[in-house]
Design a protein around this ligand. Structure first.
Ligand SMILES: *Cc1c(COP(=O)(O)O)cnc(C)c1O
Length: 380
């Protein structure tokens, strides 16, 4: 059994993907070829935003947004501690200060109450200028944007939606990657919509941000590449990757997203009584970048993972260490002792195999082994 079965997907989409790759090779426009603008248009339509700017990866997508807003040293940017490092790394890279926020223990997403209190703290201290919030759509479920947008308005902050895992999720039918002033996603192969290498995209409704992002993506160009008006990046999506993503986006929209949700439903049904299953809020839909359960403690989690491994079932720990505990931030002032949920989640979380081509039989096998193991443990 594969944790994420990319080969299975390729088998199914092989004809289209191969033909698209061949078309790029025949055409010879390897950088910014026709497939790139075609993909950008389709992605913008899918999300329901005005502009999509593809780029080299999901990390650059975040950096481009922060650069477009001129976020810099002395600025505070609020990020969840329980996420992939890139969310905070881009803040540090640009010279600003990430302020770590705790997570909701059931949705894994940024805790909006803690967020508000930390913004108040930073204002009270008066050392940093609060500029932006980067909510993460962790494991595929959108963050609580209704409340986050209220908070952003109250404190005049920008919202950068890190939708690297959120592509395909929605709130009341409105698609993720369209909630932020700028939103981003990643096409790393293991994400809900992945290419065959690195890739990413930035989304916005703002014409002003769009103009800047287009410039920043190509060395801060002005009217053309050799007219340089700002410091930017070299961060384009390869034409080949765009050509690969087009049929994958169609499959994602046509059936893969549904399939992911059906798989999650089976997991929920089988595991509800035995472990803590992931909670998706009533008005939300997840794209199930990960299906993550919670065990009672670290030991039980680690032993279950070993047991599953011995049965040929892969599982992953996303994430074993919250960002405020990473050694890169050891000298960082953590403004609060209050990141207990993030720490707890990192000790108890276990992500199970999840991809649209997982068969019912396989899911049942995973669930039965988990039940067997936990029942045996209870008897001891
Ligand atoms: C994967 C990921 C990123 C970075 O995307 P890359 O394409 O790997 O650079 C950023 N944030 C989150 C939450 C991610 O999961």
């Amino acid at each position: 059994m594969e944790f994420i079965d990319l080969k299975k997907q390729y088998e199914i989409l092989k004809q289209e993907i191969d033909a698209n790759i061949q078309a790029v090779l025949d055409d010879g426009h390897y950088i910014m070829g026709a497939a790139v603008s075609e993909l950008e248009k389709e992605l913008a339509d899918y999300i329901g935003v005005k502009h999509c700017i593809t780029c080299a990866n999901g990390t650059d997508a975040l950096s481009l947004a922060l650069m477009a807003w001129d976020i810099k040293s002395g600025d505070a940017v609020f990020v969840p501690s329980f996420t992939f490092y890139a969310t905070a790394e881009v803040v540090s890279l640009i010279g600003a200060t990430p302020i770590f926020i705790d997570s909701d223990p059931r949705t894994f997403n940024i805790d909006v109450i803690h967020l508000r209190s930390m913004i108040e703290n930073v204002i009270k201290e008066g050392k940093l200028t609060p500029r932006a919030i980067i909510p993460v759509d962790l494991f595929g479920q959108p963050a609580e944007y209704e409340e986050i947008m209220k908070i952003a308005k109250d404190y005049n902050l920008l919202v950068l939606e890190d939708g690297a895992q959120g592509f395909g999720g929605s709130i009341n039918g409105k698609k993720a990657c369209g909630f932020g002033d700028i939103s981003t996603t990643s096409f790393f192969p293991a994400k809900p919509l992945g290419c065959y290498g690195d890739g990413g995209a930035v989304f916005t409704d703002s014409d002003v941000y769009y103009e800047k992002l287009v410039s920043l993506r190509v060395h801060g160009k002005g009217s053309y590449k050799y007219d340089n008006v700002r410091v930017g990046l070299n961060s384009r999506l390869d034409t080949l990757q765009a050509a690969i993503l087009l049929p994958k986006l169609h499959a994602f929209n046509d059936y893969e997203l549904n399939s992911r949700n059906e798989i999650a439903d089976i997991y929920n049904h089988e595991l509800n009584d035995i472990v803590i299953t992931p909670l998706v809020k009533e008005n939300m839909q997840s794209s199930w970048a990960q299906y993550t359960i919670l065990l009672n403690d670290e030991q039980e989690r680690n032993e279950l993972q070993q047991y599953l491994k011995s049965k040929g079932i892969p599982s992953m720990i996303y994430y074993p260490k919250p960002l405020h505990m990473q050694s890169v931030y050891k000298d960082h002032i953590v403004y609060s002792e209050d990141l207990k949920n993030a720490e707890n989640l990192s000790r108890k979380c276990l992500s199970l195999p999840m991809h649209p081509y997982l068969e019912r039989e396989q899911i049942i096998t995973v669930c039965n082994e988990i039940k067997l193991y936990l029942q045996k443990e209870m008897k001891l």
